[in-house]
Design a protein around this ligand. Structure first.
Ligand SMILES: Nc1nc2c(ncn2[C@@H]2O[C@H](COP(=O)(O)OP(=O)(O)O)[C@@H](O)[C@H]2O)c(=O)[nH]1
Ligand SMILES: [Mg+2]
Length: 426
């Protein structure tokens, strides 16, 4: 679970709720899960390729064929980078894995079988991709397009795997208690109430094909126990619906209301519509902004012709939203360091304290932490008067000195003061 924050979103933010079972790390990964031919690989590549124009000198890279680093679209960061114009600009990235091999029966070893499991276990959050586009050329693994059936299949496999894990968890717990109390192998041990409660809740959710992470009524003690069980439906999940270009533009598909209803019945969650087709066309025009604009204008005209009005009719890429949503689902946020040599975005978890944030830059900064000099991005933007400097912000009294207990805010611009001698002695 992310470190406790005293801020207003404590316990209220659905993202914090979903991440309560997760690891506390700043290098978390999202993974695409879905049936074959729904567009996972296409979308993974689009996510990796998009936004690299934001930092042309940053080597956007594919870590291996199935893992990519996506640059996090961030207007504040771009603003700061444009202000300092340093030779080195390092944006934040989100790691995304394209997980292959999930088909009906995968939890029992069908298809790539259990290989998929180790891949899902390795990611921290899931983009659950379903196909709602028709195509004569792209075969559907079950012969017809039916996102509801697909949601059932995939969620069913994830839950089946967790059911299997739960059986093992129970056996192990019983053995542990028997050993601790010196009981015979056949004896039925008494398990703690917390264990029994947590177990019963998880079992019920899984039986209803509902991801465990959606459940709100776990006590802190239950969360603590469940976190060690290695269940895959405790990971935050975002539903992504791959529509045809036409449906994406007119923001409608006969499937969307049904998908909404299904998700609601299964614990709820964020649903993002995309169209790989549309995104691909846009991406292919990336070196020609004029043509891109013509294409987007055409799309908007098409949306208006379909009856959409005002901002509703505006058609734009969903890729930035997708990356940002993945990052929020993992409870990640950025702070910035800015100077004439480099402007850089650093990734931390929500609720991180200043010394730990300093430690992301260098462990010495955490060990020898003295204080943080902090400026909120909004203050910087309002006050800097075009200068790549904090002078005006200091004058206005908005340049703050923060100590060890300071909880970092998203978008803080920071200089960490540290005592090098202390760190050298260690
Ligand atoms: N018509 C259409 N085809 C798509 C779309 N998204 C993906 N495809 C095609 O579907 C096939 C499978 O896509 P891929 O990304 O490899 O799916 P994966 O098996 O889930 O990784 C490829 O031939 C894609 O070009 C889409 O939105 N519309
Ligand atoms: Mg693929």
């Amino acid at each position: 679970m992310p470190p406790k924050s005293k801020k207003k979103d404590d316990g209220e933010d659905p993202n914090m709720r979903a991440a309560r079972f997760g690891r506390v790390k700043n290098t978390l990964t999202m993974g695409f899960v879905g049936l074959p031919n729904v567009g996972k690989s296409s979308l993974t590549n689009l996510l990796a390729g998009a936004m690299h124009a934001e930092a042309a000198n940053y080597p956007f890279c594919t870590i291996d064929p199935n893992v990519v680093q996506c640059i996090v679209p961030d207007k504040s960061f771009k603003y700061i980078a444009d202000c300092w114009k340093p030779p080195s600009v390092v944006p934040a990235v989100l790691k995304v894995t394209d997980i292959a091999g999930l088909i009906k029966g995968a939890s029992e070893g069908a298809g790539l079988g259990n290989a998929f499991l180790s891949h899902i276990a390795a990611v921290d959050g899931i983009y659950h991709l379903v196909r709602a586009f028709d195509s004569d050329e792209v075969i559907h693994v079950d012969d017809s397009v039916d996102p509801i059936r697909d949601l059932e299949t995939i969620q069913g496999e994830l839950c089946a795997k967790d059911r299997e894990s739960l059986v093992k968890v129970l056996q192990l717990e019983k053995e542990t208690v028997r050993k601790a109390k010196g009981m015979a192998k056949a004896a039925e041990p008494t398990l703690s109430d917390t264990f029994k409660e947590a177990y019963a809740k998880c079992e019920k959710l899984i039986a209803e094909n509902t991801p465990i992470q959606t459940h709100e009524d776990f006590t802190a003690a239950e969360v603590e126990i469940i976190r060690d069980w290695g269940l895959i439906t405790t990971k935050p999940q975002i539903y992504v619906v791959n529509l045809s270009q036409k449906n994406y533009i007119r923001k409608g598909s006969k499937w969307l209301p049904k998908i909404n209803a299904w998700v609601k019945e299964h614990g709820g969650g964020q649903i993002l519509p995309v169209s790989c087709d549309f995104e691909q066309v846009l991406f292919d025009l990336k070196d020609d902004p004029e043509k891109q604009k013509v294409f987007l204008d055409q799309c908007t005209e098409e949306a208006k012709a379909a009856g959409l009005k005002g901002p509703q009719a505006e058609v734009k890429s969903m890729i930035p939203r997708l990356i940002r949503a993945g990052r929020s689902a993992l409870c990640l946020q950025s702070f910035y360091t800015a100077g004439p040599k480099e402007v850089r975005a650093w990734t931390i978890m929500k609720g991180t304290l200043a010394p730990q944030a300093a430690g992301v830059i260098h462990t010495d900064f955490e060990r020898g932490f003295i204080k943080a000099e902090v400026c909120a991005f909004d203050d910087f933007k309002a006050l800097h008067a075009g200068q790549p400097s904090m002078a005006k912000i200091k004058e206005a009294g908005k340049y703050r000195q923060e100590g060890k207990s300071y909880v970092m805010n998203d978008g803080d611009i920071v200089v960490f003061m540290h005592n090098v001698t202390t760190s050298k002695k260690k």
